[in-house]
Design a protein. Structure first.
Length: 131
């Protein structure tokens, strides 16, 4: 009866998959590749709204719709970026066991397994252009 133990280990591995990151997104602003701190940014997703001054870390939680970041700073144009949550790549694994090596006798189980999880990027840099 070693096959149920093997099946249990695959089932537990399938349940252990999680999303990427820890539910936070780092927001930064830049101009010509150089950091530009002090911009007022509004971060919005289906989970809530946050107003921050860059650089900042926002606790967005699990992906819930598009993530919109709108930033303003005196002397610069308003900049907006939108991120859709990435979706995990799913796969089904079939596991079969046959007694005595006979073909056609066995049990097949499929487990959906996500690789890499889905989510927002962990760091967003908003490029700001002078007016």
């Amino acid at each position: 009866m070693r096959y149920p133990i093997l099946l249990l280990s695959f089932a537990l591995a399938a349940c252990a998959t999680t999303g990427s990151g820890n539910g936070t997104v780092s927001i930064e602003t830049a101009n010509n590749g150089q950091p530009l701190p002090g911009a007022n940014c509004s971060v919005r997703s289906g989970a809530g709204n946050w107003d921050v001054i860059t650089p900042a870390t926002v606790p967005v939680g699990s992906p819930s719709g598009d993530l919109r970041v709108v930033c303003n700073k005196s002397g610069f144009r308003t900049s907006e970026v939108v991120y859709r949550p990435s979706s995990p790549v799913n796969s089904n694994i079939g596991i079969g066991a046959a007694s005595g090596g006979r073909v056609g006798v066995g049990i097949g189980l499929g487990f959906p397994i996500g690789f890499g999880g889905g989510g927002y990027p962990t760091k967003i840099t908003v490029d700001m252009n002078p007016q």
